[in-house]
Write a new protein. Structure first.
Length: 315
């Protein structure tokens, strides 16, 4: 299988962190894990490109490199109030028309919006910039609460670590949950944060959760085959169901039921990839009770069937 070519379009002054999000996921070789991506960078004008971190980087390729990219990453756009050059806009549009996936991290959504490709479609960016994005591009449906939005051909993320979440999500879409989990494990990252989780913002001290959910999450993840519900989780956590639901909202941005369902679908994906078990058996092992229920939940989450998923990603 030829490597999936990922090109990051760097723009002065380039944010080193947003670029590193893509480079770490798509560009780093890892012992014992076959590389399935070829990563590179390009610029409107090859040569020295300044960064926000105070150093310059040397970029050897120009916009013509985008003509061979399977995925184009825009790792931030530090001048959202300015119009990008016609050459940059045209190059991005040509890449999209050719079938490349365009991915904007954080403020990169402002540049992607300038192409017009987000008109009438959902997008996100850092929560502090969301109102500005909506005001500048009223045709874009801005969702300020989520970590990332993946439309298939276009994807956008919130700020900071949400860029890593989006990149890992794309690896999962390209090569399956097992491969993405191995990449995340090498990075010492959680393998999957749902795109619909809330962006993190520090709540007032009086509203901050007093205890971490980690112990009850670990406990539940080992017992997906059991009958788990809000009451069972609350008993394990030693709090009321209402208190636990509030902590899920505060710490994860999702309800306990939604979190449990996501874990069960993720576990089913891994079993479909790594085993030849019948769908009925997998459904029982992950706590979804029946093959019919697994198929329904799987299609709702991934827009495909367990059988089709296994054909694409199974060993």
């Amino acid at each position: 299988m030829p490597a999936h070519r990922v090109l990051a379009l760097v723009l002065p002054p380039q944010s080193s962190f947003e670029l590193a999000c893509a480079a770490e996921v798509f560009g780093v070789g890892r012992p014992g894990l076959p590389s399935r991506y070829a990563f590179g960078v390009c610029a409107e004008r090859p040569g020295s490109v300044p960064t926000l971190a105070g150093y310059d980087m040397t970029v050897g390729e120009g916009l013509e490199a985008l003509e061979t990219a399977d995925t184009v990453v825009i790792p931030g756009w530090q001048r959202p109030e300015e119009a990008a050059s016609p050459e940059v806009i045209a190059a991005l549009r040509r890449a999209h028309e050719r079938g490349a996936r365009l991915v904007a991290i954080c403020s990169g959504a402002f540049l992607l919006a300038q192409t017009g490709l987000l008109d009438g479609r959902r997008a996100t960016t850092h929560w502090r910039m969301a109102a500005d994005l909506a005001a500048r591009f009223p045709e874009v449906e801005v969702d300020l609460d989520v970590l990332y939005v993946d439309l298939g051909d276009l994807a956008t993320s919130a700020g900071t670590a949400a860029g890593v979440d989006l990149c890992l999500h794309l690896v999962r879409a390209d090569h399956g949950a097992s491969y993405a989990a191995q990449v995340a494990r090498h990075m010492v990252m959680p393998p999957h944060r749902e795109g619909g989780q809330l962006q993190y913002a520090v709540p007032p001290a009086s509203e901050r959760p007093s205890e971490s959910l980690a112990p009850v999450l670990d406990w539940a993840a080992e017992r997906l085959h059991e009958r788990l519900d809000l009451d069972a989780l609350a008993v394990r956590a030693g709090v009321s169901a209402r208190t636990l639901a509030r902590r899920f909202a505060e710490q994860l941005g999702v309800s306990p039921g939604r979190w449990l369902l996501a874990q069960r679908v993720a576990a089913a994906r891994a079993l479909l990839e790594e085993t030849d078990l019948p769908v009925e058996t997998i459904a029982t092992r992950v706590g979804l009770s029946s093959a019919a229920n697994l198929r329904r939940r799987f299609h709702s989450a991934l827009r495909t069937t367990p059988a089709a998923y296994r054909r694409s990603f199974g060993r």
